[in-house]
Design a protein around this ligand. Sequence first.
Ligand code: RUQ
Ligand code: CUA
Length: 637
Amino acid sequence: MTDKQVENNEVENEEIKGLSRRSFLGAGAAIGGVGLAAPVMTSAMFAAQAEAKTKEKMAHAAAVEPGELDEYYGFWSGGHSGEVRILGIPSMRELMRIPVFNVDSATGWGITNESKAILGNSQKFMAGDSHHPHMSMQDGHYDGKYVFINDKANTRVARIRCDVMKTDKIIEIPNVQAIHGLRVQKVPHTKYVFCNGEYEIPLPNDGRDLDNVSAYRSMFNIIDAEKMEVYAQVIVSGNLDNTDADYDGRFAASTCYNSEMGMNLGEMISAERDHVVVFDILAIEKAVKAGNFRTIGDSKVPVVDGTKENAKAKLTRYVPVPKSPHGLNTSPNGKYFVANGKLSPTVSIIDIKKLADVFDKNLDPRKAVVGEPELGLGPLHTAFDGRGYAYTTVFIDSQIVKWNVEDAVKAYTDKNVKYIKQKLDVHYQPGHNHTTMGETRDADGKYLISLCKFSKDRFLPVGPLRPENDQLIDISGDEMKLIHDGPTYAEPHDCMIVHRSKMKPKKLWTRDDPIFAGTVAMAKKDGVTLETDNKIIRDGNKVRVYMTSVAPNFGMTEFRVKEGNEVTVVVTNLDMVEDVTHGFCMTNHGVQMEIGPQATSSVTFIADKPGVQWYYCNWFCHALHMEMRGRMLVEKA
Ligand code: RUQ
Ligand code: CUA
């Protein structure tokens, strides 16, 4: 450092200290309640800015230099934007967006024929609400193959292929409403994806039992991960919120916040205790194989009865826990399920070994609870570092609480044992949190992400709608250290962080990729070789235009159709150079798409405007990218 820099830093530090001192009394207001709005910059806000400045300096310790690669891939849900985002960790740089339940103009997701084939019947939905992205595993380790994610808004589950980072399957789940919690089977491998139908509905929900609330049901769903079909559904008592699986391949567990089956807020939170439902996956498989199921309405999915009343079937057990529990997380050593209390300041530690006794030896389910540490107001989710510590978000206190799991178990019987290590302020109102590799056996305890629902004074104001704040916390040492503020758009509910050694994404498409196999088959029928031909096929009112692209040229710079023709444009990108993506946009037709190197993409539209219609490449590909265009000549009908 030069003398001048030292001097400046000292002045700056003095300023920060001064501001902090002056605004000490006001600071509580800015950090405190959700509802406190500040129309002008208060001294407290300046203080928070100054504090942010200090943190920014600390962030440089974890910054990734330009040109350097991150150590981890983070998969972020995009909440009600409907997408999934990939972030580099620890830089928090956004690397990619993967459209899933949304329509995306850059890639043409929801517009191209390939994406519509994947969206199937649900392409009519222009919206989605993605919450929980989780990666497939082998024996409790990430396998880098798939990421699964739920759509709460339209009761769907999607799969993303991690070799190309594109959605390759989307299914609608029958007989349930609003898929919420979603996790994968960890052991022996991700044969199944587990997800919860949150809202209770009549079965079937066809207009019967509208007022007969006692007939409403929620169901737990078991999806075959490879086929992407619902394997079975389990009727439960109460509703379902979040879920996770064990490391033995036998149990999954889900929280229930509305055991009351209330239909309004007051009713839903009246009971002091709700429960965690434990599912014996092996017993459920057995019941399905034995034919002990029914089907509902038009759906062919086997439905088994896991309600409290059917305890003798031993498909489920209900562990009473206080009050309206939310997150459900398995410790990476496979010993515990942790249910987060939400309306109770506690989390409930459930011993997974004892659950076997609950099923096999009729042990009282409540006896499986071996700890109930009190952490703070509004515990929502817990993450683990692989060194015996847990990190719980407490929403109302706006903190992350670091606590020792075994000490919390001891404290259940010995009140003198202290289990809380540290409470760290986060900004503000955290929901999910996640540690690096934390939901696998490989939890490595390097970083923790706190997904804060409010950002308030942490960033320049951008109008009434504010970004969320995804904060990066270094947990490698004894103390948690906040090292980065990451503004994000609505709303990363959840994320997961995978070491880069697990990932092998492709750099080019392979010509036999199943995502465009349907288009390849259509070309074959038309006698077209996609890699060489630039051809027009006229089929009554339908016109199929096949062309190649090599920067900076489309293989066809002009084609002629009649007004009212249904036109399908198929573009095959012959470029073999990494990162040379082309686009196809037909001006004034709402048509736009991406064609990655070695990929084929297609789009269908009506040529409803006579005249000259220019099409162009909209992914910058070459110095002559502006010139990469052509004309559709539409003759008047
Ligand atoms: S939930 S803030 Cu949709 Cu995962 Cu807990
Ligand atoms: Cu091709 Cu721009």
